[in-house]
Design a protein around this ligand. Sequence first.
Ligand code: NCN
Ligand code: DMD
Length: 352
Amino acid sequence: MQLLNKTLANIQAPCAASQKAAKERLDNLTKPPGSLGLLEEIAYRMAGMQGNSLPQLPQEKLVAVFAGDHGVVAEGVSAFPQEVTPQMVLNFLRGGAAINVLARQAGARVVVADIGVAGAPMEHPELINCRIKAGTANFTEGPAMSREEAVRAIETGIGLVRQQVKERPALVGLGEMGIGNTTASSAVLAAFSGLQADRITGRGTGIDEHRLQHKISVIQRALEVNRPDPGDGLDVLAKVGGLEIAGLAGVILGCAAEKIPVVIDGFISGAAALVACALSPLSREYLFASHVSAEPGHNHVLEILNLKPLLHMDMRLGEGTGAVLAFPIIESAIHILHEMATFAEAGVSQGK
Ligand SMILES: O=C(O)c1ccc[n+]([C@@H]2O[C@H](COP(=O)([O-])O)[C@@H](O)[C@H]2O)c1
Ligand SMILES: Cc1cc2nc[nH]c2cc1C
């Protein structure tokens, strides 16, 4: 709890003066004010986060992929079996998954962590072994994990930032792998928002209509059995969350404490952002939303966080795939601030 409390205490608002100076520069560049839309918002927000009116390109780009399993899969809520979680972890480590392809293109390093996969521990020199336990408990019968386990999993995410993000400035993406984790994410969103499960539950890896109705009833049962307290982020996380969701919440808090921008991926990392922002509302200031997932709850998550997604790709894979797709857009925003001519430099007449 000490590391979590210390991290929460270190999170500060971005620099308002740098943000204001970057906005002023954007308005002096040769374009109608605001015409680069979200690119301009990214540019001045980066200035605020870096505390530099002319923010620098990231020297280090990485995507943190946390893997964890979910006891609730015993209820039949996913189209795929639980064994896929460790199988995909090994695929990430061999470089053959979608995230590896897209991260290579974006120039980002893929960091893979086992924070709660079920079954025998995996052996691989590049795997970060930080397992809290071999999957959560079935949360239709009681809490997914203890409060103490939830804190340790968050602190694992904070620790990963400290160990893995060496260079500055840095850019961090969130990724995850965990069969059953859309059920946990819908439960987390329902707990925080009070939205009914049928509005925010989707097909995850591709379940049919019959199974979708069953998944909704499983989520409703989990909420009735556990009664998570929406005013207590740790309570929601421990009762109906997941270990990879906790790890990602820790990455957000760890990055926010070090003023490192974090790019959310899909619905699951969005649920992690809800947890992080419940623990520290200021951490929201360090988040970018990469895309809107096809999962119906994701839109609600982004609305609650007041974040505008950069891409609409109908993606629903996870792994951090949407996050790394957004990396070049964030870099483009920085290039705009550095390389565009001002009206004065170019001799172009300004509007009134
Ligand atoms: O990123 C998303 O929005 C997303 C939406 C649907 C599914 N997923 C991925 O699919 C897995 C969870 O799906 P499910 O059906 O097992 O709950 C997990 O490994 C996620 O990374 C991810
Ligand atoms: C094959 C497969 C790959 C994934 N990547 C993230 N979630 C996934 C779920 C499945 C089933």
